[in-house]
Design a protein around this ligand. Sequence first.
Ligand SMILES: C[S@@+](CC[C@H](N)C(=O)[O-])C[C@H]1O[C@@H](n2cnc3c(N)ncnc32)[C@H](O)[C@@H]1O
Length: 222
Amino acid sequence: MVNRETKPKNWPSSLPYLKVPRYSKNLTPEQLQLVRQQPRAGTVHVIPANEPRGPTSVAKITPIVNPSHPANGQAGLLAARDLKPGQLIVQYIGELHSSCSAEDVAEHSQSDYDLWIDRDAGVAVDASRAGCEARFVNDFRGVADRPNAEFREVWDAARKERGIAVFVLPERKGTKARSGPQTKSGIKKGSEILVSYGKGFWGGRNGGQTDAGDCNEQQTSS
Ligand SMILES: C[S@@+](CC[C@H](N)C(=O)[O-])C[C@H]1O[C@@H](n2cnc3c(N)ncnc32)[C@H](O)[C@@H]1O
């Protein structure tokens, strides 16, 4: 679902907005082959080839102006309408790069916008220098009791390539009976979309080791 604008509202003027990924020159043919291998039918969500690309109408980038929010002064992603459990929100578009390349590692290892597409293959997507709305999804810690969304693998049928997207969490067990205004499933219009970055993210920021992936570990240990 898209609107007709070429960039979403509140998109930073200094940052390129991407509808399709950029690719590092350091990705090897083998790495590209691995991310272009379609997962077995039924194992991942398929984004159809005719799905419109560009600014989404289901979520909006919003400046955070709330001193009690841990990301106050930054931005977050809010639901622009009621979202159903399990619904696709937006694909995570950015720069595909290789953790097997020293140059790529140097460029992306400090990024807070970097997600694995295939850890074993050493392929990740970084939206720190260019990307789409998904880069504005915050972590739930300090904002809510629990996440209401998650990152999941997808198959993009237009690009014939694996990727990552943000989805509403599926309905939690035992929440059906509480549906109605107090529902705990889905995301209400105006609510912030929040995932869990995982403890590794915050561990890395607190001086722990950042997860650099298999190739990188091999490379730096030699
Ligand atoms: C992927 S970005 C999320 C978007 C970011 N808020 C922005 O405006 O660009 C990750 C960064 O957002 C901030 N952030 C996200 N969730 C947070 C949280 N729960 N507590 C503190 N900072 C958070 C941190 O600065 C983190 O490095």
